[in-house]
Design a protein around this ligand. Structure first.
Ligand code: ARG
Length: 400
């Protein structure tokens, strides 16, 4: 009986060449294409897998699962790696890995394969997830092993009758899902070089960007409607990307620190993530007490780090998720964003659970704040700094 391998298949050149390469190693190849919202024709991708030499080709619609299990906590965490990158690729990897393991179980495969190189974060995310979920599985990363240059790879493909599409000639390496697109390589490797306009496909340039408003409504931390239209999360995110992208929102040019120690220049387009995180943060400002907001920042950063570093299936991530989910109970309300010139700016927020109380904040009629209480508060609040200043003055006097 042939040994079997489940290959994460995108339809691109690397994983197409991998099908043939694995078959040459004596494997029966089953491909798995996981739909996390890249919006391409995945049936055509599966057909290509079969043409190139796969024994079977699975397509899995995981958009719903991606949203409810991965993006909801990412929104609760306002998750941005190095303060900027919304982690689209990093969030999808563990989900893809889990499907690969499930299909490996179902097809009794001994190995799992992916197209990652030896230089990136994705290999770590896949390998660690697979080792954790399906111990004993052999992980094969052909691109990490074969050492082919891009040109040699194209030659190999042509020799073996593997179709090389026009997009292969594109100098960029792209990964995309519902939460965002990443673009790297080519001229972008020079961090001084401005990103050419063709990097961007989801966002308008500032010059072409339209000015508009968008109202995002949240229930317990989850976006539920856009400008009054209730939508299931996968559709809401796609719609938010379209709207915010038309205003040029979500372009990110980041000099990033990879887990493997390499600094790399990455271009991201994440119009939905940028707009929704901005709006979510705003509902939190309105509905959460100060101490929770301050404490939560540390957990948000830890969560982003853990996701980036491929530690999804760990007790630390589970504990951070539990904390984050607890914080979202009151995060219900609406935020109005003005979208223009590539920026999403808040112009209004409201909530039935607002901690903001106009009768405490007002300088006009109806003020309920007890001004006399402020005097006692200040006396006690300033007590230690006064005591310190007195002690310093005394020490100085003695020294003289
Ligand atoms: N640098 C980003 C990350 O580590 C994006 C990676 C994109 N992956 C890719 N195979 N093109 O999450």
């Amino acid at each position: 009986m042939a040994k079997r391998v489940v290959l994460a298949y995108s339809g691109g050149l690397d994983t197409s060449v991998a099908i043939r390469w694995l078959a040459d190693q004596g494997y029966e190849v089953v491909t798995a294409t996981v739909d996390v919202g890249e919006a391409k024709d995945l049936e055509a991708v599966a057909q290509k897998a079969m043409r190139v030499g796969a024994k079977d080709a699975y397509v899995i619609d995981a958009k719903e699962e991606f949203c409810s299990e991965f993006l909801v906590p990412a929104i609760a965490a306002n998750a941005l790696y190095q303060g900027r990158y919304p982690l689209a690729t990093a969030l999808a990897r563990p989900l893809i890995a889990r499907h690969l393991c499930r299909i490996a179980d179902e097809t009794m495969a001994e190995a799992i394969s992916h197209g990652c190189t030896g230089k990136g974060n994705d290999q770590v995310r896949f390998d660690v997830a697979i080792e954790t979920l399906r111990p004993g599985t052999r992980v094969i990363a052909p691109a990490r092993e074969w050492g082919l240059t891009r040109e040699e790879e194209i030659a190999y493909a042509q020799e073996h009758g593997i179709p090389v599409s026009a997009t292969v000639k594109s100098p960029f390496s792209v990964d995309a899902n519902l939460w965002g697109r990443s673009v790297e390589g080519g001229v972008l490797e020079d961090p001084w070089q401005a990103p050419p306009e063709e990097c961007y496909v989801w966002t308008k340039s500032p010059a072409e960007a339209i000015a508009q408003e968008m109202v995002v409504s949240f229930a317990e931390g989850v976006p539920i409607s856009l400008s009054g239209e209730e939508l299931p999360l996968p559709f809401l995110i796609a719609k938010a990307a379209e709207v915010a992208g038309a205003s040029g929102v979500g372009r990110i040019d980041l000099l990033e620190d990879r887990l493997v120690g390499i600094k790399s220049r990455e271009i991201y387009e994440a119009p939905a993530a940028v707009a929704l995180i901005a709006a979510h943060r705003e509902v939190e400002f309105l509905t959460l007490p100060r101490e929770l907001l301050q404490h939560k920042v540390g957990v948000e950063q830890a969560f982003a780090q853990v996701v980036y570093n491929g530690q999804w299936f760990t007790p630390l991530r589970a504990a951070l998720s539990a904390y984050l989910s607890e914080t979202q109970k009151a995060v219900t309300g609406d935020v109005r964003l003005a979208l223009a010139h590539g920026q999403a700016v808040t112009t209004g927020r409201r909530s039935p659970q607002a901690v903001y109380d106009q009768s405490l904040a007002t300088y006009s009629e109806g003020d309920r704040f007890d001004h006399s209480a402020a005097v006692g508060f200040i006396t006690i609040y300033g007590m230690q700094s006064q005591a310190y200043a007195r002690a310093q003055a005394k020490a100085k006097a003695h020294a003289r």
